[in-house]
Write a new protein. Structure first.
Length: 383
């Protein structure tokens, strides 16, 4: 008898899980790197999206309807991102799209959304070219001119930074994100009267950086800017320390992954990176988000998670304000987003569909990224 009850219970649970979606659901697409080289980015974003989705639907949904998110894995490949978005639009008939994390993959897939007049909101692609694709393309994060300038200004001027004047740059020549950050960091260093004493490159997937780092060591910089992804950053830090390079290495939000600490180990201590938020921030919104995320997923959220959360919230808010599920009204509502109370900060869209919001600077000490400073958009440009 007990076994029969158990079987019936399991069948009921299975039926609930497999129950087909309701015809009146609002369908939103999400594409990201759930597998492949930058899988932690896509996984964290997806978790943030679904945390927000659960809360939105529990509160009654939008326009009296529930939201359903259809997720496609692009395997960390630009060509797969294009296929994923084509499928979301042509087969799943999504009204809007959230994604991608990486700028290269957003740049690959954004033209599909633009041609189809389907609003696309990237949670965290920071290369400025992304939203230049067209007027249906948005982002929920700051852009690289701000990010590169903020780190250069911090490294040169802030008492909490290394007070550097001579810099080496070591960037991923295959990565739009890395190439862009290099450019904006370099411009600001030179504008501040600093000097770039070495400019070296590598390619995604490389594992031996000895030759470039030897050149950098010979140039004797005060600090090294490495605007890459966690997939290579940890190894770069370790190999730099093995060569006797003791100056700080600095990077962007692509450093934000547990893999940076796992791969880099002690070598990343004393390094800095810019990011979208810190779980240590003294902000009620941040504390609330971190608590809810930990309760659901049993871990501390990274920046990709909070940006996924905010992107889902922003999209639902835009649909609500549009009063419609048609692409153009949603696009118009997203464009008029002002002072959205995001967990990662207050968000306003500028004329180029880029989020105006603060940036934080973190320092890695004792194998943990500690909050150091917040920089406002106007402050970065004014310095």
């Amino acid at each position: 008898m007990n076994r029969r009850i158990l079987i019936l219970f399991l069948l009921a649970i299975g039926a609930a899980i497999c129950r087909p979606a309701r015809a009146d659901d609002i369908v939103i697409g999400e594409y990201g790197s759930l597998t492949g080289g930058t899988a932690t980015f896509g996984t964290s974003t997806d978790e943030g999206v679904h945390l927000a989705l659960d809360q939105i639907n529990a509160a009654g949904g939008v326009l009296g309807r529930q939201i359903r998110v259809v997720v496609e894995d692009d395997q960390s490949k630009p060509e797969a991102a294009v296929t994923a978005v084509e499928k979301l639009i042509s087969e799943d008939h999504v009204v809007a799209v959230i994604g991608e994390v990486a700028s290269s993959r957003s740049l690959a897939a954004a033209p599909v959304c633009q041609r189809s007049h389907i609003p696309m909101l990237s949670p965290s692609s920071t290369n400025p070219k992304v939203t230049l694709v067209g007027n249906f393309i948005f982002r929920a994060c700051f852009i690289d001119p701000f990010q590169g300038a903020a780190m250069a200004n911090f490294a040169m001027k802030d008492d909490k930074g290394p007070k550097a004047r001579k810099f080496a740059i070591f960037y991923d020549v295959k990565n739009d994100y890395s190439v862009g950050l290099r450019e904006f960091f370099m411009e600001t260093v030179k504008a501040n009267g600093g000097e770039i004493v070495a400019d070296e490159s590598y390619g995604e997937g490389d594992i031996d950086f000895q030759a470039q780092l030897t050149n950098i060591k010979r140039a004797a910089p005060d600090a090294i800017y490495v605007p890459g992804y966690y997939t290579e950053v940890g190894l770069i830090c370790r190999q730099a320390r093995d060569l006797g390079i003791s100056v700080p290495l600095m990077g962007g939000d692509g450093w934000d992954s547990d893999k940076t600490f796992e791969i880099g180990r002690d070598a990343v201590n004393g390094c800095y990176f810019t990011n979208h938020y810190s779980p240590d921030q003294d902000s009620p919104r941040v504390k609330d988000f971190v608590a809810q995320y930990r309760a659901k997923f049993g871990k501390t959220p990274d920046a990709m998670a909070i940006l996924g959360y905010d992107a889902m919230g922003m999209m639902a808010d835009a649909i609500k304000r549009a009063g419609s599920t048609d692409g153009r009204p949603i696009r118009d509502a997203l464009a008029h987003t002002k002072d959205y109370p995001g967990a990662s900060g207050q968000i306003t869209m500028d004329a180029h569909r880029n989020a105006q919001k603060p940036i934080v600077i973190l320092k890695i000490e004792d194998d943990h990224a500690h909050f150091v400073a917040t920089v406002q958009p106007d402050a970065a440009s004014a310095q």
